[in-house]
Write a protein that binds this ligand. Structure first.
Ligand code: HXC
Length: 257
């Protein structure tokens, strides 16, 4: 039987999705992306799962869209099959997603990592948008999300020259949240996800949504959304429990209600 192109496991409240096309450095074929998107959707629909880790292998998170497929595609097939729109559906996942990045995180791979909520990177990770070397440009949000993450100067440098950033540079420029020792890339991402999974899921989801809105709305509208989300979270059983547990000097037991 053929190896599955993603490996999915559940570690308690954390769902882990690992891309598994090692020979092609997890090049994101349509089939692989379909498995990634559907696995994330299934975990998101599972009330027992409160955080997700998405990773690749030690050598590569993903080296980009599958260049052989891209080369066989026509503008019309790209338009008609709507595959790139499926990538964007990852933003609709409400459960926080931690990208666990080791090795190459390039092109569509970097765009996929940026579709996640935070990135934990090995000190050896390399981030880049090298599409320009192929005569194209990022097509799954790279020009927009990278610019919002690192600012215009670094985004222009990376996208126009194809220059890769080391993990330390990516941390300094705000693309990644944590850089860890080479061997700890997956464990640390799982640890971050487990920390998130211990919090009240209602507040976590509302907070994720509010942070995302920071890139979509004017400041006053974003602050208004945050205030309403705060009131909504305050109405949850989780807030009753969290506030009471603090006053009673004990750990809260959140139910997600
Ligand atoms: C298909 C790929 C691939 C890719 C690597 N491979 N990247 N196949 N698509 N994106 C394959 C190689 O062909 C090779 O297969 C095997 O993986 C190992 O790669 P090597 O090149 O031999 O490894 P190495 O010398 O270590 O170099 C690693 C690398 C290089 C620097 C990451 O592979 C590389 O530059 N890859 C392409 C990176 C890139 O341009 N990404 C952007 C793609 S366009 P064989 O069979 O020879 O062993 C993109 C557009 C997104 O992402 C648009 C929206 C989706």
């Amino acid at each position: 039987m053929a190896e599955p192109n993603v490996l999915v496991e559940r570690n308690g409240r954390v769902g882990v999705v690992l891309m598994n096309r090692p020979k092609q450095l997890n090049a994101l074929s349509a089939e692989l992306m379909e498995s990634v998107v559907s696995s994330l959707g299934e975990l998101d629909a599972d009330p027992g799962i409160r955080a997700i880790v998405l990773g690749g292998s030690e050598r590569a998170f993903a080296a980009g869209a599958d260049i052989a497929e891209l080369s066989a595609a026509t503008p019309v097939t790209l338009y008609e099959n709507r595959r790139l729109e499926r990538w964007e559906s990852i933003r609709a996942v409400r459960t926080p997603i931690v990208a666990a990045v080791s090795g190459f995180c390039l092109g569509g791979g970097c765009e996929l990592a940026m579709l996640c909520d935070l990135i934990v990177a090995s000190e050896d990770a390399k981030f880049g948008q090298p599409e320009i070397n192929l005569g194209v440009l990022p097509g799954a949000g790279g020009t927009q999300r990278l610019t919002r993450a690192v600012g215009k100067a670094i985004a222009m440098d990376m996208i126009l020259t194809g220059r890769m950033l080391s993990a330390r540079e990516a941390l300094a420029h705000g693309l990644v949240a944590r850089v860890v020792a080479r061997e700890a890339w997956l464990d640390e991402a799982k640890r971050a996800a487990a920390e998130i999974a211990e919090k009240g899921p209602v507040a976590v989801r509302l907070a994720k949504e509010a942070i995302d809105q920071a890139f979509e709305t004017p400041l006053a509208a974003g602050v208004e959304l945050e205030r309403r989300s705060f009131f909504l979270a305050r109405a949850s059983d989780d807030a009753e429990e969290g506030l009471k547990a603090f006053l009673e000097k004990r750990k809260p037991d959140f139910t997600g209600r």
